[in-house]
Design a protein around this ligand. Structure first.
Ligand SMILES: *Cc1c(COP(=O)(O)O)cnc(C)c1O
Length: 368
């Protein structure tokens, strides 16, 4: 058996007819930028999110940048975020001219809410919690801190489509939530794509304007913007795939439950921590493993692909050397970065495949 980390081909083959049809419709109309497919997808995605607006943009990175910028974040400001994420989260803070300020994680890999207030000063303007691996950060607690200190909250939800926690959906307790529709994400396009959801009419209008060269009405540029539109072909693909997202999420949860069951009690392995009243969507299933690199190699030799998300905490990337952080500043992030291993998970993964992965993990630790 050969187990890929994700398998986008299987999904395409299962839904080929309706996806091909959607793509061909765009080709037939040859309306490649803008048009009805975009509006339709945005409306559908807003509805799924339970928010008033969705603005389609070119990718999940731009979604964060545009939102920060349109909320007035810029030079001289500080934005607090988690030490563990994909670089897009902090890169976009820097793009606005603001300074990223990192907070260590808890054992659930989410921002340690208890440490946020110690990082707030007169320049702090916003917090970007990251719903990493598909589990929501503690939005109730974060919102409380934000309100007390007059801060904006933007949720980096690139890995958390349809997640909820404490009865709260992504995007409902913040100024805005941003999404990536990168092909491998839980809802993935066939190229780059992203989106912003918000309940604010004003923010929605500003983001829409900025993402399209500063125009709402063609050739009327009240401001300069950027070119970061969701393209029509991607919107058409996403509309088809959005109809299957709930069933795919259910599949991911089922696979995670199988992993939990089959890997229970393996010494040397810590399974993902799920907070009370939290419903993660398992973009990734990440274990904390003794002898992580040896395990990874052993699985590879047995044709099981794994990955590491992410090998280096953000503050310790070379590009942030100038911030002068020390290992002791982020003890949990540092310790976990040597232990985390992402196991294969995708909606089409079979029971046999999950069993095969778990058998090999057990075999590895039995001989250690
Ligand atoms: C994927 C991802 C992004 C960026 O999305 P792109 O569409 O690749 O630009 C941002 N934040 C997190 C946490 C991500 O996983």
């Amino acid at each position: 058996m050969k187990i890929p980390f994700v398998d986008l081909q299987r999904q395409y083959q299962q839904h080929k007819t309706e996806i091909d049809q959607a793509i061909h419709q765009v080709l037939d109309q040859s309306n490649f930028i803008g048009g009805a497919s975009i509006k339709s997808f945005e409306g559908q995605f807003a509805k799924h999110s339970g928010t008033k607006h969705c603005i389609g943009v070119a990718n999940g990175t731009d979604a964060i940048y545009i939102t920060l910028k349109m909320l007035g974040i810029g030079a001289g400001d500080e934005v607090i975020t988690s030490a563990c994420s994909w670089i897009a989260t902090s890169e976009t803070i820097s793009q606005t001219g603001a300074k990223p300020v990192f907070v260590d994680i808890d054992k659930d890999y989410l921002i340690d809410v208890g440490q946020i207030e110690s990082k707030i000063n007169a320049n702090t303007k916003a917090i970007i919690p990251v719903h990493l691996y598909g589990q929501m950060a503690d939005m109730n607690a974060i919102k409380k801190i934000a309100d007390k200190n007059n801060l904006i909250v933007i949720e980096d939800s690139a890995q958390a489509h349809l997640a909820d926690r404490d009865g709260i959906a992504v995007g409902s307790k913040s100024e805005a939530a941003t999404f990536s529709f990168y092909p491998g994400k839980n809802l993935g396009a066939y190229g780059d794509a992203g989106g912003i959801v918000t309940n604010s009419d004003q923010l929605a209008e500003k983001c829409r304007q900025f993402a399209n060269h500063g125009q709402i009405v063609k050739h009327q540029h009240k401001i300069e913007g950027i070119n970061s539109r969701l393209d029509t072909m991607q919107a058409a693909v996403l509309s088809v795939k959005l109809n299957h997202l709930a069933e795919w999420t259910a599949q991911r949860r089922k696979i995670a439950a199988q992993y939990n069951e089959l890997l229970k009690g393996v010494s040397g392995l810590r399974l993902p921590i799920v907070n009370p009243n939290s419903n993660p969507v398992y973009h990734l299933y990440v274990v904390s493993a003794d002898n992580r690199m040896e395990l990874k190699e052993y699985l590879k030799r047995n044709d099981i692909a794994t990955a590491i998300h992410y090998p280096t905490p953000l503050p310790f990337l070379e590009c942030y050397d100038y911030l002068g952080y020390k290992i002791e500043d982020f003890p949990v992030a540092q310790a976990e970065s040597d232990r985390i291993l992402s196991l294969p998970i995708f909606p089409e993964m079979t029971d046999d495949e999950v069993n095969y992965v778990c058998d090999h993990i057990r075999r590895f630790y039995d001989s250690h």
